[in-house]
Design a protein around this ligand. Structure first.
Ligand SMILES: [Zn+2]
Length: 265
């Protein structure tokens, strides 16, 4: 008889700084633990000791300080290894293992696949677990929004978001910031007749009033309500002010520029 290991991955969401989310991933079968994009060490170390966990890996989606700020302190405190994508102009502190598209990161009995998603930065990556229906997207896709262009081009980011469309729609999107309310305020201005969006925003406001996170969402929620994934929609094109036949990547570029100029409320 063959041993079958049913892996299960516990995900702990740690709110830090003003609006960042750091994620602890704990492979229950083996006890292996990783942290995604640790900005600051203390809340991570607190969670580890509270739960009696030993950190094996840091997974970085990109090099920004609010994603890698705790790398060196956590390495020093736990001896963990740092996984990310090496790039000379986007340095990740303490990087031990550089990964590229399609690489598999093993965490105990769980596996995460590396997806290259340039746009927010030139070398941004994500970690996708098909088995656990979860993707850790950093600052690429947000609930009701997407990352700003801080290194990559609009075309890069457009193509990266298209890539996420290929994942199963029930996949949970673990993004790195609680930006949903302000993203939603913009989304309503370009997609005012979208009932699913209006309904979702009600839930978002209620959750925030209770002090609860609005992340993760599912890809299917994003397909229905996130304007940056709906650049093929005639109503979005009209709101952006482009012709029906305008290519989607151009709609996306203009939509991203509109969001940059948008001041909520
Ligand atoms: Zn960033």
């Amino acid at each position: 008889m063959k041993d079958i290991t049913l892996s299960s991955l516990e995900i702990v969401q740690i709110p830090v700084l003003r609006d960042n989310y750091v994620y602890l991933l704990h492979d229950v079968a083996t006890g292996s633990t990783a942290v995604v994009d640790p900005s600051v060490p203390e809340p991570v170390l607190d969670q580890l000791s509270e739960r009696g966990l030993t950190l094996s890996l840091i997974l970085n989606t990109h090099h920004h300080g609010d994603h890698v700020g705790a790398n060196l302190a956590l390495k020093a405190a736990t001896g963990c290894s740092v996984v990310g994508k090496a790039a000379p102009e986007e340095t990740i502190p303490g990087l031990d293992l550089s990964v590229v598209e399609g690489d598999l990161v093993t965490l105990g009995a769980s596996t995460l696949r590396v997806l290259e998603l340039p746009g927010h930065t030139r070398h941004h990556i994500a970690f996708w677990s098909k088995a656990h229906r979860s993707v850790f997207v950093g600052d690429t896709l947000f609930a009701l929004g997407c990352g700003r262009l801080l290194g990559g081009s609009a075309l890069d980011l457009f193509q990266s978001l298209q890539k996420l469309k290929d994942l199963p729609s029930e996949t949970l999107v673990y993004c790195a910031h609680e930006y949903t309310q302000s993203n939603g305020a913009f989304a309503l201005t370009v997609d005012p007749r979208n009932e699913a969006l209006a309904l979702r925003m009600q839930g978002v406001h209620e959750a925030r009033e209770r002090g609860q996170p609005t992340v993760p969402s599912t890809l299917s929620q994003e397909f229905a309500t996130n304007p940056f994934l709906r650049t093929d929609d005639p109503l979005i094109k009209a709101a952006v002010g482009v012709m029906e036949e305008t290519p989607e990547e151009e709609v996306f570029r203009q939509l991203r520029a509109m969001k940059d100029d948008f001041k909520a409320g």
